[in-house]
Design a protein around this ligand. Structure first.
Ligand SMILES: Nc1ncnc2c1ncn2[C@@H]1O[C@H](COP(=O)(O)OP(=O)(O)O)[C@@H](O)[C@H]1O
Ligand SMILES: [Mg+2]
Length: 362
């Protein structure tokens, strides 16, 4: 039984339509991540669920009951905002207990909940400090704690880690993932960061322009993206896209472009039955190239090292294929010199094809 259901929801600001016709069901105790580029409507959707923004059309159901007529406080939802603001004159304990005190919870119950959540977030020693005496990461935890002390059935997070530096973001991401295992709650988490989405979500919903492109597990979206947008959005460095066309000779389907031709697996030929000799966009992930030139594993191709980028455990080679700049990921112990040419092996089953008009996966 879905716990939260968005049914044909629409949101317009004046003449501007942000969300056209969105349908989404979130199962009980699911961690759903809405991910998409800035401006695609993530915060708007979250705010509509919380009741902070009215729907232009459609309905939101919680446990099968419409909630549009309910005030935010009556929706059993707690939200962590992107630009959280702690009360500067209150210490951590009082910041965290604010909503419970407003709701006239008994003091013993408030103290117990604040302590339990503070323990979980690792801020139990900071309870008497004021926000100005905290680091950015500690403040972020307090903001999180302020929502988590509430006894809500659903928690909404709007890019809660985006104000943190990269190292702290990675650390908090892991802590959130651990916390999630201890909390049996619905969580809807919004981010523009694909790594956050992939590491945290039971289910990831990829949005573009207020529309759902695809939803599923991280692995499903990474391995079988339905279109070029999803393929390019998940994965770092992103998938390379190169113009090509399908050609068939002696029963062998190939994808060919400027200075390359890759034979495609039989399964691809069967899937594309009758679609030969037409333009396609070729998608190849940077990690799909292998430098061990064992052609038994695939097709060999010589590519230039335009620019080697050493980033620690891997190196990224900026190269050129089919007249376009591409990125190739190799182990960092590979000796690389600009203007060298290296022979790579490419497994034909790792080649994605997209329709140039619709951008759908072929
Ligand atoms: N109050 C508003 N009035 C007019 N346009 C708005 C308002 N709030 C958001 N928008 C527009 O709606 C779109 C989606 O915004 P938002 O939901 O904040 O995106 P995201 O959170 O994905 O970055 C943006 O184009 C934004 O400019
Ligand atoms: Mg936003």
């Amino acid at each position: 039984m879905p716990q939260i259901e968005l049914h044909a929801i629409k949101k317009k600001y004046g003449a501007v339509t942000v969300v056209e016709d969105l349908n989404l069901s979130m199962a009980d105790n699911e961690f759903t991540v809405l991910v998409g580029p800035s401006g695609c409507g993530k915060s708007t959707i979250l705010r509509m669920i919380a009741g902070l923004e009215e729907l232009t059309a459609g309905e939101i159901l919680i446990d099968d009951k419409p909630v549009s007529h309910l005030e935010p406080k009556d929706r059993d939802i707690a939200m962590v905002f992107q630009d959280y603001a702690l009360y500067p004159h209150m210490n951590v304990a009082r910041n965290m207990s604010f909503a419970l005190r407003l709701a006239h919870y008994p003091k013993a119950k408030i103290d117990a909940r604040v302590k339990a959540v503070a323990d979980m977030l690792g801020i139990e020693t900071l309870l008497s400090r004021k926000p100005a005496q905290l680091s950015g990461g500690q403040r972020q935890r307090v903001a999180m704690g302020r929502a988590l002390v509430r006894d809500a059935s659903t928690f909404l997070f709007d890019e809660p880690l985006s104000n943190l530096d990269a190292k702290l973001r990675t650390q908090m991401r892991a802590e959130l993932a651990l916390m999630r295992r201890r909390l049996e709650k619905n969580m809807i988490y919004v981010t523009h960061d694909q790594v956050e989405a992939m590491t945290l979500g039971d289910r990831i919903v990829v949005l573009k322009g207020g529309d759902i492109q695809q939803q599923g597990t991280a692995e499903a979206l990474f391995k079988t993206p339905v279109n070029k947008f999803v393929a390019g959005f998940l994965g770092s460095p992103p998938m390379n896209f190169i113009d090509g066309s399908l050609t068939e000779a002696d029963g062998q389907l190939s994808v060919t472009g400027e200075a390359f031709s890759f034979p495609l697996p039989e399964a691809t030929r069967e899937r594309l039955n009758g679609r030969s000799s037409r333009a396609v966009i070729v998608g190849i992930r940077p990690s799909a190239f292998s430098i061990k030139a064992d052609e038994a594993d695939g097709v060999g191709i010589e590519l230039p090292v335009v620019l080697p980028e050493y980033i620690g455990s891997q190196s990224i080679i900026v190269s050129r294929l089919g007249g376009q700049q591409i990125q190739i990921e190799v182990s960092s112990d590979t000796p690389l010199r600009p203007d060298d040419h290296l022979t790579f092996t490419l497994d034909p089953s790792s080649i994605y094809l997209f329709d140039p008009q619709t951008e759908a996966t072929l």
